[in-house]
Design a protein around this ligand. Structure first.
Ligand code: SF4
Length: 422
């Protein structure tokens, strides 16, 4: 990574961080301002006036601000209105154009050989940024929708992955608390259609692909495909990408760290350890399974068609096959009525699972979507939701109980679905 510096005409120091796949412009001020662009020139994120912004490929922008107290449940988040998106992007691209001018002036003054290389890289990256504008990003919004429809959710460690949809939607789509795929009919792409999808995604991202280091195979449960169909999906991935550690010096296929995907414990019940081992050989690195709770009665109330023990069995087969696991626990599920048994039985089951340092347990607050069946069923059953403080307390209790000495157990992390944009 190279850092290049210049000054604005007002004397404010500007740092440019030029790294593989991204360019970050930082204005060092009393209130620092930061804009990050991908290698094609698309705005990715910003930090302005103490607020953090993340832009999606569909040109939506999520704004995050610290809440009145520390803790994820207190933080506030909202999607910007279209006119606000336009203002933010105009500001980012105007700032990048200004920095390009200041840096070019500096280059004309300072010809020292040690500063030329990084500065030229920064100027080249800024020239690519200059090809973008709010209008072009709005056009890309349409292209993105034509290719993907939507990418409703991905796990937190895969937010920057390359999303590829071998299937669309969720084959079950009936868990009471989940509204991610309600507007999407479940559909399996044919091998040819999936190959075309990959080609369109690559063409769409262009140089921006260099920032994407792994593949997220969507949507909700693509791994339910029968094994021959799944192997065909992995064949298509290998035609389009190289996978670590086998770098492919002769080809220009982008190199990816591996394949990641959601999985459920009911539609893949018949997949054996050997099936998973074959997928691991083809690059499957980690799958993410919604345990939700270790309490069987609560899981039934949530509308999941499997038992907690099914998740433990699935985890065992995956781990034996060499595939890492991300286990998602729903904090606040079942409100006050289920709180004690939810915490106790989830901790007990998670401790039984063969999770190690390569795995993650995600603590994810249950977020009701508008008109959810969960809210209606909870109200009918007289279940009171947890307060924000009680949610934070349940997070702390689960975290404390599941944490093991360093490198002996899984990472315990947070997963806030309100912070996802793609
Ligand atoms: S929780 Fe998973 S299985 Fe249930 S509806 Fe949502 S995506 Fe489908």
């Amino acid at each position: 990574m190279g850092i290049v510096r210049c000054l604005s005409p007002a004397g404010a120091p500007i740092n440019l961080s030029v790294r593989a796949g991204a360019l970050t412009l930082i204005e060092e001020n009393v209130r620092p301002t930061t804009f990050t662009f991908d290698d094609a020139g698309r705005l990715l994120s910003a930090f302005v006036d103490g607020r953090t912004y993340r832009r999606s490929l569909a040109n939506d922008v999520l704004e995050k601000t610290a809440g009145p107290r520390p803790g994820l449940s207190h933080r506030s988040r909202r999607l910007l209105e279209r006119d606000e998106v336009e203002r933010l992007e105009q500001r980012a691209y105007q700032f990048a154009a200004d920095v390009a001018g200041w840096l070019a002036a500096e280059a004309a003054r300072d010809k020292r050989p040690d500063s030329v290389h990084d500065r030229n890289r920064a100027l080249e990256a800024l020239a690519r940024v200059a090809t973008y504008s709010f209008a072009r990003l709005e056009q890309e919004r349409e292209t993105f929708r034509a290719i993907y429809g939507r990418v409703p959710i991905m796990p937190p460690d895969q937010y920057m992955a390359l999303a590829l949809q071998a299937t669309e939607g969720c084959s079950f789509n009936a868990c009471r608390f989940c509204g991610f795929y309600r507007d999407r009919r479940f559909r399996v792409k044919s091998p040819d259609e999936f190959r075309q999808h990959i080609a369109r995604v690559k063409a769409f991202l262009g140089r921006g692909l260099s920032l994407r280091r792994s593949i997220f195979l969507g949507d909700a449960n693509a791994l339910l495909l029968p094994q021959p169909a799944l192997m065909a999906v992995f064949d298509a991935l290998h035609e389009a990408f190289a996978f670590e550690p086998a770098r492919d010096a002769k080809s220009d296929r982008p190199c990816m760290a591996g394949v990641y995907s959601f999985i459920d414990a009911f539609s893949t019940a018949r997949k054996s350890r050997d099936d998973f081992a074959h997928l691991a050989e083809r690059g499957l690195r980690r799958v993410y399974v919604g345990l939700e709770t270790g309490d069987a009665a609560l899981l039934k109330f949530l509308g999941k068609p499997n038992t907690p023990q099914d998740v433990a069995d699935l985890t065992r087969r995956l781990k034996q096959a060499g595939v890492s696991v991300g286990v998602i626990v729903l904090i606040g599920a079942g409100g006050r009525a289920f709180a004690a048994q939810h915490v106790a039985n989830t901790i007990e089951l998670a401790r039984e699972m063969p999770l190690d340092a390569g795995d993650v347990v995600y603590l994810s607050e249950l977020i009701d979507y508008p008109g959810s069946e969960y809210a209606e069923a909870a109200a009918q059953a007289g279940i009171e939701p947890l307060s924000v403080e009680e949610i934070e307390e349940q997070m702390r209790a689960m975290r404390a109980a599941l944490r093991r000495p360093a490198r002996a157990g899984p990472l315990i992390s947070y997963y806030d679905v309100r912070e996802f944009v793609y």
